[in-house]
Design a protein around this ligand. Structure first.
Ligand SMILES: CCCCCCCCCCC/C=C/C(=O)SCCNC(=O)CCNC(=O)[C@H](O)C(C)(C)COP(=O)(O)OP(=O)(O)OC[C@H]1O[C@@H](n2cnc3c(N)ncnc32)[C@H](O)[C@@H]1OP(=O)(O)O
Length: 361
């Protein structure tokens, strides 16, 4: 019964993705504070405020999901929509990501979206998280993170997917991937991003220990590019942005994310007939490893929370054929490959099963 209702939820969500945006108003436009000139109109949604400046081609995007900007399904979805909107508008070349909530840039995954929720909801949530990752990490826009508050776990993931990070000099504003301490194992693409940013040994230590770095240490290890007084974060981010945007074409577009962050040739943007591929498909081709996100282990309590009760081997074997259990699970495929909520559901279940069953030879 729980399975059936989970599937129905996902089915509804797939048919009407906007139904996920409970209480959200998208595309609202209003004059920017203190602005009014050309392009000085802000738009956005309930949880993402966008202040565009057409003259400079830069938009400031503020997360506002008080009190701590936890990445709820709604916030993730609204972020993806806002970024997509700016990417499709050729006026804009850069986005500054920052927080509208005092003292917190982003608290990471909204844990209430994972624990105690049904598998269909978790699959939908994870899909939204990956969409945000793809949208930011492979964006054609220059992204600068103006980190004006605490930045743990998922917050750090957002910051890592930007081209440049400016952190406010406040010892309470720590940044890092601390999810190991919660029993969540970072997928390998996230580990790789950490390695790309702070190097192998530092990542190994920081990931295993779940380290959160105060500003001076974050700067020293290379996790952020600048540490500045709190009231200078925004202006420094704008100066950094100007530096990045000053690089002339074609260099700026060629030596960008596609060059550094993808393994497949950039021409996979177009199909054999020269038609532009939908962004998600192009990203999958450029970055196939994202489709193979593998949840090797999941903390028993997280899994139990997701399933609603401890998934005993007996119970799992009753639900799933043995050959399914023998294989590693590709949770990422849930999000990116399948449109069928039934498959999504089963694959997520398999992922959780795999976490609890001994490996077969
Ligand atoms: C489908 C299966 C998915 C499996 C996923 C596997 C994928 C692995 C890769 C994913 C990697 C990312 C992982 C994460 O992001 S996990 C989240 C980690 N986040 C944290 O550890 C941050 C925890 N929070 C804090 O440190 C502080 O709250 C913070 C510094 C952010 C703010 O401190 P402050 O003192 O200002 O505020 P409070 O601590 O009092 O918090 C206010 C209320 O907010 C609640 N809270 C805090 N964090 C979260 C959160 N992440 N999700 C939900 N709710 C959160 C906190 O409990 C307070 O609530 P109450 O007011 O009700 O008490």
């Amino acid at each position: 019964m729980a399975l059936a209702s989970g599937v129905r939820f996902a089915e509804r969500a797939l048919l009407r993705p906007w139904a996920l945006l409970r209480g959200t108003t998208l595309g609202r436009t209003e004059p920017a504070a203190g602005g009014g000139g050309d392009g000085a109109r802000r738009f956005g949604s309930q949880r993402v405020l966008v202040e565009p400046d057409a003259a400079s081609g830069v938009a400031v995007m503020k997360l506002r999901n008080p009190p701590i900007n936890a990445l709820s399904l709604e916030l993730l979805t609204e972020l993806v929509i806002s970024l997509e909107k700016l990417e499709n508008d050729k006026t804009f070349r850069g986005v500054i990501l920052t927080s509208d909530c005092p003292r917190v840039f982003c608290a990471g995954l909204d844990l209430t979206e994972i624990c105690g929720r049904n598998p269909a909801h978790c699959a939908e949530y994870w899909k939204a998280m990956q969409e945000l990752w793809l949208r930011t990490y492979l964006s054609s826009l220059v992204l600068v993170a103006a980190i004006n508050g605490a930045c743990p776990a998922g917050g750090c993931i957002i910051a890592l997917s930007c081209d440049c990070r400016v952190l406010a000099d406040n010892p309470k504003y720590r940044i890092g991937l601390n999810e190991t301490l919660l029993g969540i194992i970072a997928p390998f693409w996230l580990k790789d991003t950490y390695v790309n940013t702070i190097g192998h040994r530092a990542s190994e230590q920081a990931l295993q220990l779940g380290s959160l770095f105060p500003p001076a240490e974050a700067l020293q290890v290379g996790l952020v590019d600048q540490v500045v007084p709190e009231d200078q974060v925004q202006s420094t981010a704008l100066s950094e942005m100007a530096r990045w945007l000053a690089v002339p074409e074609p260099g700026s577009s060629q030596v960008g994310p596609i060059f550094f962050r993808s393994r497949a040739p950039a021409d996979q943007e177009h199909d054999a007939k020269g038609h532009r591929r939908p962004p998600a498909e192009a990203a999958r081709r450029r970055h196939p490893e994202l489709c193979q996100l593998r949840l090797q282990r999941l903390h028993p309590e997280v899994a139990a929370g997701v399933l609603g009760e401890a998934p005993t081997e007996e119970r799992l074997r009753a639900v799933l054929p043995a050959r399914v259990l023998a294989k590693p699970i590709l949770v990422g495929t849930v999000a990116l490959e399948d449109s069928s909520p039934v498959f999504a559901h089963l694959k997520l279940l398999r992922a959780l099963c795999f976490a609890h069953l001994p490996r077969r030879p």
